[in-house]
Write a protein that binds this ligand. Structure first.
Ligand SMILES: Cc1ncc(COP(=O)(O)O)c(C=O)c1O
Length: 445
């Protein structure tokens, strides 16, 4: 238990490019449970013991997104308590498996219900605590030992590690323990330190902080894990928070991956949200400012989610701009490009479209591309002049299709498509041509 805390402060160099301040990450993954929550979990257990709430052989019960559960589990193992963790079903499977691995009983509840609903994870945790003899309900949301752990440990560590030079503390807010405890300590040392909370779309914090209104319209399901709430936990001390910044699920997920790949720091989703939020407000920071961003937990808890390409793609979180023409034509790269010569008749072109089940054909003359025909325009022309079938394509064809290289990015290719341009030709490195159709684009996007 003595290995909890004294986590490193690491300068970020890549993902914060464009921000004038020095940005330091307080990386909490070196705690034994791989998250910042070990600090408050142990503090809550020991305070409950001291207050006589938790007695020998007792059962600890908590509604937790996983990290607090992990911290509690380690404490319970060493101190001989049983642990029941109640999780909402949007939490990653890894988090549930990890809790089971350290001996906790895991109860899963639906996310998309009101907090007062008897199925919600708040209600289920409370009910289990009432029904289980010799049990103690932790309630990290309202338990003052949560913030206190950060006031006593995280705050002083950051103050010492920055030699008092910290100007801003920025962190994701869930129960509020981290920002409130750490932020209070830092402001007591230097009242001009600014505490910035990162919130999610679907959470009540930002609006409540700015207007004092608890707006239920702000509440809807979201994907980001660990931060944002549909309640106001007692541990959120709004008086020490200077600003809340909301970050989208996509921006948080994309940045989570970038921190791993560009900084070599493998941390979780709320770290991604924090850095994405920092970059949204980067103009607030000036040269000489020292911003400390706290990274709550380890990336291994998200390998089935933000670090999984299929999971990211299904939600439209993977930026398509990384795709190139070569990838767009991958499914038909070995097929010969169907073409027509400019002197061929319209009826030939229509027969080819039917035979090959295609909608457009590039038209050639003297080995070069001089135009194209597509089914929509041909159909229109046929309606107006039925005798067009026996005319050469040269008389009806439209302008040539644009040509790109194999390496051209999808963003550029996308911009070439319009009413007049139903496809784009690709000049391959071997000198041959292939075609990107609307269907290729739809599949890619
Ligand atoms: C991954 C993660 N990030 C951020 C938070 C928010 O921290 P706090 O509850 O101290 O506000 C939590 C809390 O559950 C978390 O698990």
């Amino acid at each position: 238990m003595e290995t909890i805390g004294n986590t490193p402060l690491v300068q970020l160099n890549s993902v914060t490019k464009g921000c004038k301040a020095t940005v330091l990450a307080k990386v909490e993954t070196t705690n034994p449970g791989n998250s910042v929550k070990d600090r408050m979990a142990l503090k809550m257990i020991e305070d409950a013991e001291a207050q006589g709430l938790l007695k020998p052989g007792g059962t600890v019960i908590e509604g937790t997104s996983g990290n607090t559960g992990m911290g509690l589990a380690l404490g319970c193992i060493l101190k001989g308590y049983k642990l029941i963790c109640v999780l909402s079903d949007k939490q990653s499977k890894e988090k549930m498996d990890i809790l089971r691995a350290v001996g906790a009983e895991v109860v899963v509840c639906p996310t998309a219900v009101e907090p007062e609903d008897p199925r919600s994870y708040y209600s289920v945790s409370k009910r289990l605590a009432e029904e289980t003899p010799n049990s103690w309900y932790v309630n990290q949301y309202d338990n003052p030992s949560n913030s206190l752990a950060h006031y006593e440990q995280t705050g002083p560590e950051i103050w010492e590690q920055t030699e008092g030079k910290i100007t801003h503390f920025l962190v994701g807010v869930g129960t509020g323990g981290t920002i409130s405890g750490t932020g209070k300590y830092l402001k007591e040392q230097n009242p001009s330190v600014q505490n910035i909370g990162i919130d999610t779309y679907g959470s009540v914090f930002k609006k409540y902080h700015e207007t004092g209104i608890f707006d239920e319209n702000e509440i809807y399901p979201y994907i980001t894990e660990g931060i944002g709430e549909d309640i106001l936990p007692k541990n959120v001390d709004f008086s020490v928070i200077d600003h809340f910044e909301k970050v989208t699920d996509k921006d948080a997920a994309v940045m989570t991956r970038r921190i791993a790949r560009e900084e070599g720091i493998f941390v979780g989703n709320s770290a991604g949200a924090a850095i994405a939020g920092l970059m949204q407000i980067k103009d607030r920071f000036k040269e000489g400012d020292v911003v400390v961003v706290l990274f709550h937990d380890h990336g291994s808890r998200y390998v089935g989610k933000m670090f999984n390409d299929d999971w990211m793609r299904e939600r439209g979180f993977l930026d398509e701009e990384h795709k190139t023409a070569k990838e767009l034509i991958a499914s038909h790269k070995d097929l010969k490009l169907i073409e027509c010569a400019s002197e061929e008749l319209v009826s030939h072109a229509i027969a080819k479209m039917k035979d090959y089940n295609i909608s457009q054909i590039p038209v050639t003359r003297d080995g070069g591309y001089v135009g194209h025909v597509d089914d929509k325009k041909l159909f229109q022309a046929l309606l107006e002049q039925p005798d067009i079938l026996d005319k050469p394509l040269a008389e009806v064809m439209q302008k040539p299709l644009p040509v790109v290289s194999e390496k051209e990015k999808i963003e550029t290719i996308k911009a070439l498509f319009n009413e007049e341009t139903p496809a784009v030709l690709v000049k391959l490195d071997n000198g041959k041509y292939n075609i990107i159709t609307r269907y290729d684009m739809i599949n890619a996007i």
